[in-house]
Design a protein around this ligand. Structure first.
Ligand code: GLN
Length: 567
């Protein structure tokens, strides 16, 4: 039988509710439970796919091609839950589904109301996940902050589920803020009290409070919160800021949060022990890696908003752990490279360069500059989605001499559309929508670096989110000049991976998919692991060169030849 944990938030947004929910999931898995996770988002958009990254941060893509909230990325990274479109619902999608039913006449002429029709639809969405996956625990996070008008139907729905399930089968956890007021020199509990009051007005009495604060809560303060908010003293958990997000489950465990949860849900006998060994090792490697650090430049457009590259950032951290390295990420706004004559010396500072996914024309020439630099200097390069497309454009322009080669996304008039919409040409209707989304198979070329990185797998599956793709008409021209097409879709229509020959460049790899979506802290993605390793080797190599210069030794030529057939 599935038991439920509902996670709500109060006082302000951005309290890290998603991380708190994920950390609870991780802790319960460490106790041996099967965990599933869901996010209910009160906004009216049907999904975040069309929202600006500035509004919403990253769009996380699941295997089944759903464009979801970035918290689902945390859920998949912290737990073993495999998520689909069933795990993320917005108000928009709930209403759309109710309205479609109404149009079909499914409600037999009844008046359609928020209660019970919208709330029933929400409850059904939650129940479907419980019934299909049969987890021991289903953690359901409600987006937004208590008191938001649009979150009310969700609150009412979870209140009803709580009632239907009974006290021992459903828990309400509320994440709140206990701010430090400098003028008074004190932590203040009033916002938490108000937020709990608001929750109770809608009929939800929280069982556990996770109090975000920048300093520890004293025992007196906990007692006060417990008294005013009507929770047990040991249910007031302090959620302090931590060095790495992966430390959150450990911090919760130290305050016996998992013990409290299994107690409250009567699961203690079934799941008495917790095994956090691997997770502890992970955190200690992140904090103190034995091999030092690498410096990686991410050259992109939305770099000012790191939230839009959440999974990417995490994938690099995971790859750092796998290599026992700290990965220092430097976000380089691609536009800033365009008018910078010294862009080469700026980029020289980094051990490796990555161009991530992105949309639109802005900043493209800056990315092309960075790629050209990486290709010619032998700096490890990893291009993801847009980063693969721009690497192909750069190669076409500067190595194959196809001047003004471009993607039709940036220049519809280009004489050499290296990147275009393949589906327009071959009318690939079954792709649906306007984007190629979700998991697709990719076959790897024998002998290629890509194949080696994937431990010699002949076929892999990775998640996609793109509208444009490599134009197969140019395949022969680019291959003739030395570009290796190392991954293609099984039907041969889509180029999925490219690389430069290993004799010419130590690591120059592009992929049309987003490997970052599948990287996990304890199972780093092989492409990122190899990229970070290449960055490290590059660092050691340049340090050796520097040492040799300072000791006046004869400098050996770097082994890496540089492609010279250039503009
Ligand atoms: N804008 C490109 C496309 O639509 C790349 C997309 C991406 O990087 N996610 O194909």
């Amino acid at each position: 039988m599935t038991k439920y944990i509902f996670v709500t938030g109060g006082v302000v947004s951005s309290l890290g509710k998603g991380l708190a929910a994920s950390s609870i999931g991780q802790l319960l898995e460490a106790r041996g439970m099967k965990v599933q996770m869901m996010k209910l988002d009160p906004y009216i958009n049907v999904d975040p796919g069309t929202m600006s990254p500035f509004q919403h941060g990253e769009v996380f893509v699941t295997d089944d091609g759903a464009e979801t909230d970035l918290d689902l990325g945390h859920y998949e990274r912290f737990t073993n839950a495999h998520l689909t479109k069933a795990n993320n619902w917005t108000s928009g999608r709930i209403y759309l589904s109710v309205i479609e039913k109404e149009r079909r006449g499914d409600y037999l002429g009844k008046t359609i109301q928020v209660i019970p029709h919208i709330t029933d639809e929400i409850k059904a969405a939650v129940r479907v996940v419980a019934e299909k996956e049969k987890p021991d625990i289903l953690i359901v996070e409600i987006g937004g902050t208590v008191g938001d008008i649009e979150s009310l139907p969700f609150m009412e729905a979870i209140r009803q589920i709580g009632n239907e399930e009974g006290r021992n089968n459903a828990l309400f956890i509320h994440v709140t803020l206990v701010p430090f007021i400098a003028a008074a020199g004190e932590l203040k509990t009033k916002p938490t009290q108000h937020s709990v009051k608001e929750l109770r007005e809608i009929g939800i009495a929280p069982d556990i409070l996770l109090c975000r604060s920048d300093r520890p809560l004293s025992l007196d303060l906990r007692k006060k919160i417990a008294l005013f908010c009507n929770v047990k003293e040991n249910a007031v958990i302090s959620a302090l800021d931590v060095k790495t997000i992966y430390e959150v489950p450990l911090a919760f465990h130290e305050q016996s949060l998992d013990a409290l949860i299994v107690d409250e849900l009567h699961l203690k006998e079934q799941f008495p022990n917790v095994d956090l060994k691997k997770w502890r090792e992970l955190v200690s490697t992140i904090k103190e890696p034995s091999e030092g650090a690498v410096k990686i430049a991410i050259v992109g457009k939305y770099v000012e908003l790191e939230d839009s590259y959440k999974s990417l950032r995490e994938a690099l951290t995971h790859a750092g752990v796998a290599n026992n390295l700290k990965v220092n990420v430097h976000w380089v706004e691609s536009e800033s490279l365009i008018d910078d004559e010294n862009y080469g010396s700026r980029l020289q500072d980094y051990d490796a360069i990555l161009v991530p996914g992105g949309f639109g024309k802005r900043g493209i020439s800056g990315m092309l500059r960075a790629i050209k630099y990486a290709r010619k200097s032998g700096t490890p390069y990893f291009g993801i989605c847009l980063g693969m497309q721009t690497a192909c454009i750069e190669f076409a322009r500067n190595v194959c001499g196809l001047r003004d080669a471009d993607s039709t996304e940036f220049n519809s008039e280009t004489p050499f559309p290296i990147i275009f919409k393949l589906r327009d040409l071959v009318a690939v209707e079954e792709l649906g929508g306007t984007m190629r989304l979700g998991a697709w198979a990719c076959q790897l070329k024998e002998g290629s670096l890509a194949r080696e990185i994937y431990h010699n797998a002949a076929e892999i599956s990775e998640r996609h989110r793109h509208r444009y793709e490599f134009n197969p008409e140019y395949r022969a021209v680019l291959e003739k000049e030395g570009l290796i097409i190392s991954g293609v879709s099984p039907d041969g229509k889509f180029v999925e991976m490219i690389e430069l020959p290993r004799e010419k460049h130590p690591f120059f790899v592009g992929c049309q998919f987003h490997p970052e979506y599948k990287s996990k802290p304890l199972a780093a993605h092989p492409l990122f692991v190899s990229f970070v390793r290449a960055a490290h080797e590059n660092r050691l190599h340049s340090e050796n060169l520097k040492d040799d210069v300072s000791s006046n030794k004869q400098i050996e030529m770097p082994e890496r030849a540089i492609i010279e057939s250039e503009d």
